[in-house]
Design a protein around this ligand. Structure first.
Ligand code: ADP
Ligand code: NA
Length: 348
């Protein structure tokens, strides 16, 4: 089979929540564990993307450490994958500049993510001189950096959630545009590796996704939450007043979210093929008893991750430093080999 290069990035948002874990990190570990010898896995903590909104520098440094520690704690191995901080590889920014010189402003302005970050509506035009939006150049053009992240490693496959497929399409455009100008196939157009993971919903508002930015800290479970914190958060999770346990995401979003969380974290799954079948296990339980069961499953899955996390951040920092260094070296090497061709193609 043809060699595969899989690239994915995650923002340094500190200790991840269950949504990050089930939506991204768990799949990364699975890809690592299933990878054949001709697959390379490249995972980046994308700190250059983080600064598209203002960050407190000390808080950012802490969040970077916590995210790297979490990636190691969930089972990613710096020997098997390339795990690195984006800012440790300046060539990402260099390729971004080169791609910027042929990226279409019109295309970028039609992309929706900067609009949602600024709470703007679909038709907002930031280039209108009378626009009062606080849109910064970096936030507007960050899909170009995202394209550079992917293309610089000649990724063939990129795992994406549904909210990101637009960006991968843009990366393909960037590659095609560059290759056209260069007159040769320097850059590789990546394919989507669609994640099967469902969205994890907020515990207090199961119609919204679990998110680090929601004001209520009880809306999310963090990978490092203690047993008692997990129980407490689940005990106050919003469910409904229907008796018994059934899986029905549209009529019972709260209950179904809890079932899905447990289904995805329960290593045995009781042999169930999907959350609906898994729910039958709990049919006769009260919702309070269901919450206790879910707490048990979540805690059982997170306990070893929590312990490894504490080991990693608790020491003298050597584990993190070493992992970051190994990753940076591998990523620089991979980036540099592409950049040699890119620089030559543009005439440097
Ligand atoms: P947040 O929404 O908390 O800001 P990010 O946007 O930094 O999280 O997302 C990091 C990764 O985690 C992405 O791959 C994203 O798709 C995934 N993710 C975030 N929240 C959820 C969720 N509630 N359910 C599933 N996946 C999620
Ligand atoms: Na987000």
């Amino acid at each position: 089979a043809a060699p595969r290069v899989i690239f994915s990035g995650i923002q340094p948002t500190g200790v991840p929540h269950l949504g990050n874990y089930l939506g991204a990190m768990q799949q990364w570990v699975k890809l690592q564990n299933d990878a054949s010898s001709n697959t390379s896995l490249i995972y980046s903590v994308v700190d250059l993307h983080a600064i598209t909104v203002h960050q407190n520098p000390d808080a950012l440094r802490t969040s970077k450490k916590e995210m790297l520690a979490a990636l190691l704690a969930v089972g990613l191995d710096p020997q098997k994958c390339t795990i690195f901080f984006q800012s440790d590889v300046p060539a990402h920014s260099e390729l971004m500049w080169i791609l910027s010189c042929s990226a279409s402003m019109g295309y970028l302005s039609r992309m929706t993510q900067w609009k949602s970050k600024l709470d703007l509506d679909e038709n907002a035009n930031p280039l209108d001189p009378s626009s009062k939006t606080k849109l910064k150049l970096g936030l507007f053009s960050y899909p170009v950096l995202q394209a550079a992240d992917i293309l610089i490693h000649k990724a063939t496959h990129v795992p994406v959630g549904h909210d990101q497929s637009q960006h991968l399409e843009f990366a393909r455009e960037c590659a095609a545009g560059f290759n056209h100008l260069a007159g040769s196939k320097v850059l590789v157009q990546p394919e989507t590796l669609l994640s099967l993971a469902k969205r994890v919903m907020a515990l207090d508002r199961p119609t919204h996704k679990m998110s680090k930015s929601a004001p209520n800290p009880k809306s999310r479970i963090l990978l490092t939450d203690s047993s008692s914190a997990i129980s407490k958060k689940l005990r106050v999770a919003l469910t409904d007043s229907i008796e018994g346990v059934t899986y029905d995401p549209s009529a019972r979003p709260g209950v179904s979210n809890l079932i899905e969380i447990a289904f995805n974290l329960d290593s045995s799954n009781h042999g169930a093929a999907d959350p609906a079948e898994y729910a039958k296990e709990f049919e006769g339980l009260s919702l309070k008893a269901l919450k206790d069961k879910v707490a048990e499953v979540v805690d059982g899955h997170l306990a070893p991750i929590r312990a490894r996390f504490e080991e990693i951040v608790g020491g003298d920092g050597k584990i993190l430093e070493e992992a970051a260094q190994i990753g940076a070296e591998k990523a620089r090497k991979s980036a540099e080999s592409t950049m040699k061709e890119v620089r030559h193609a543009v005439g440097f």
